[in-house]
Write a protein that binds this ligand. Structure first.
Ligand code: HPA
Length: 275
């Protein structure tokens, strides 16, 4: 029988995490491919493997550690997901609501999410950051498909300010002193796991995408549904397919992420301090 995703189902995860951690975090952080160094910067860290958490998921991607890290960053109590869940791993879309619903039930007041993305806008370069202002998702079911869980939010919900303007303003302002090149633009979701074809990238550019990636939108939608302020940051790890005459691979994604890791960690820490 299909799992009933009730509030109690998600609360079992939250109760376990609160008991293990002994405190309630204020900010939830999700770290994308090769972007886990921030997890190492958590002070007084308590680590909880995903596999130990009731009704939680297990991540399967190389470069994703698969644990919650709870502790302090820049004086704020945080819960960090080192390793995230993607549609292409085969989860059903409703399962992908688990991380953000966990943050909400733990008492977080904001979520900060990073991802690796391909640059579609030709003004972008590998190593640049894009503050996500909006997204386009034409493929893949909504994570809110199925019976609505009224405790989290209404059946029909507004997504016009899903990427919270006040958090984007903080990210823009702190971006100036970050030593990183910061853009703001539209994230185009593709289900993957294959990278895109050059024709798809041309289409995405015409449709208004500035960067392309395989994550984050289910989390942003879940946050909008339960009213959790949300900030999404894309690391442009490569130019999208067909822009440069070279094949794409996960190694390039990880290498670019590594090259900016210290500046990105400092930038995300500064943002967390201000939220
Ligand atoms: N396409 C989709 N997802 C990605 C890419 C890309 O080029 N780079 C990193 N994640």
């Amino acid at each position: 029988m299909k799992q009933a995703y009730t509030e109690a189902y998600f609360k079992a995860s939250a109760d376990y995490v609160l008991e293990k951690a002994g405190f309630a975090p204020e900010i939830g952080v999700i770290l994308g491919s090769g972007l886990s160094p921030l997890g190492e910067a958590v002070e007084n860290a308590i680590e909880i493997p995903y596999a130990d958490i009731p009704n939680y998921l297990v991540s399967t991607v190389q470069g994703h550690a698969g644990k919650l890290i709870l502790g302090t960053v820049a004086g704020k109590k945080v819960v960090c997901m080192s390793g995230r869940f993607h549609t292409y791993e085969g989860y059903d879309p409703e399962e992908l609501t688990a991380p953000i619903r966990l943050f909400k039930l733990l008492g977080c007041k904001a979520a900060v999410v990073t991802n690796a993305a391909g640059g579609v806008n030709t003004d972008y370069k590998p190593g640049d950051i894009m503050i996500i202002s909006d997204h386009i998702k034409l493929m893949g079911d909504s994570p809110m498909r199925g019976r609505n869980v009224d405790e989290f939010g209404p059946r029909f919900f507004d997504v016009s300010k899903m990427y919270t303007p006040e958090l984007r303003e903080i990210a823009r302002r702190l971006g100036k002193d970050s030593g990183l090149t910061i853009h703001e633009g539209c994230y185009f979701f593709m289900t993957g796991p294959q990278f895109e074809t050059p024709a798809e990238i041309r289409a995405i550019r015409i449709l208004g995408g500035d960067a392309v990636g395989m994550s984050t939108v289910t989390e942003a939608l879940t946050a909008a549904h339960c009213g959790l302020p949300f900030l999404g940051l894309s690391v442009i790890t490569n130019m999208a397919a067909g822009i440069l005459d070279q094949p794409l691979g996960h190694t390039e994604v990880i290498e670019t992420a590594n090259a900016i890791r210290d500046r990105l960690t400092a930038y995300v820490k500064a943002i967390i301090a201000e939220i």
